[in-house]
Design a protein around this ligand. Structure first.
Ligand SMILES: [Zn+2]
Length: 300
């Protein structure tokens, strides 16, 4: 069954137990049927045309990757998949010889149109590439680090410390009070766009506490029970969105930390119309977990 949330599910075998097997990884890198996805400055290569698909290549792509190490994404249909960072190229489409056939695209613009499995591959590729980019030096001693385990850890060349790819937890909550739901608007968003309130989980904090703190900081609303709904890997650059439905205990909105330009309570009818694209406000599309939280409220 396809998980309704983009970037989750999809059925890709992550082959986690094989990453440390250097011989196996080398065999996959040399295999005729392995597939390679070029990534340029966090943008994957996409075939032009409909339906939109990732431009998977054969192993000859490896000649373009310079000093970067291929990242094992997983195994699909018996074939290994790797991401290959070619960010060092200046004119990547021309240098790969794919101009007019394929282009590098920002993931947000097309991920909702990918197959479930390709969306997962893209999420892994984008998040891990972002981590490699920002962990080239050891945070403990400052020496250079090197990619190991097919891209799933970096090891310091001096103090031997391992640096694992990070995932940043973010809580996002639709606050429900009776027959209404609280949504907010950030400055800079498109006019009339409202969404569920969100924020990073802080150290030493449970998810429930993070939801209560964020909602109070941003909208001044007291929150009681917090119910987990679903999670979504969010590769911008490497977050995990933890979607919750939260019980609102108070009603008067106060924009305490000024992170929001506005916050309001909305009825089911207002949000049903917004989800259908013909409301007085707009809400995020199905790519974002906020869409699914709002739908869960409307359908409850
Ligand atoms: Zn070190």
């Amino acid at each position: 069954m396809r998980d309704p949330v983009t970037f989750a599910g999809g059925g890709l075998d992550r082959a986690a137990e094989r990453r440390a097997d250097a011989d196996w990884v080398a065999r996959q890198l040399a295999a005729e049927d392995s597939r390679f996805l070029a990534l340029w400055r966090l943008r994957p290569l996409v075939k032009l045309g409909e339906p939109l698909t990732l431009a998977w290549a054969r192993r000859d792509l490896l000649s373009a990757c310079g000093e970067s190490t291929p990242i094992l994404l997983g195994v699909s249909g018996g074939a290994a998949q790797f991401a290959v960072d070619i960010s060092a190229l200046e004119k990547p489409e021309a240098e790969l010889g794919v101009r007019g056939v394929a282009e590098f695209h920002e993931v947000r613009g097309f991920a909702a149109r990918l197959s479930g499995e390709d969306a997962v591959s893209v999420a892994i590729a984008r998040s891990l590439s972002a981590c490699h980019e920002t962990h080239r030096f050891c945070g403990a001693c400052g020496a250079k680090t090197q990619s190991e385990r097919a891209g799933w850890v970096r090891r310091c060349s001096s103090c031997d410390r391992e640096h694992f790819p990070r995932t940043d937890p973010v809580v996002i909550a639709a606050v429900v009070r009776g027959d209404r739901c609280l949504l907010g608007r950030q400055p800079g968003w498109p006019e009339r766009m409202y969404s569920a309130l969100a924020g990073f989980v802080e150290p030493g904090e449970s998810l429930e506490e993070a939801v209560r703190r964020e909602i109070h900081e941003e909208a001044g609303i007291e929150v009681g029970a917090v119910r987990y709904h679903a999670t979504q890997p969010w590769p911008f650059p490497h977050s995990l969105m933890i979607g919750c439905l939260a019980e609102g205990l108070s009603e008067t909105i106060a924009l305490n930390d000024r992170e929001l330009a506005a916050a309001r309570w909305f009825s089911r009818d207002e949000l049903r119309a917004a989800l259908a694209g013909n409301g007085s406000i707009s809400v995020p599309g199905p790519l974002a977990i906020a869409h699914h939280l709002i739908r869960a409220f409307v359908d409850s």
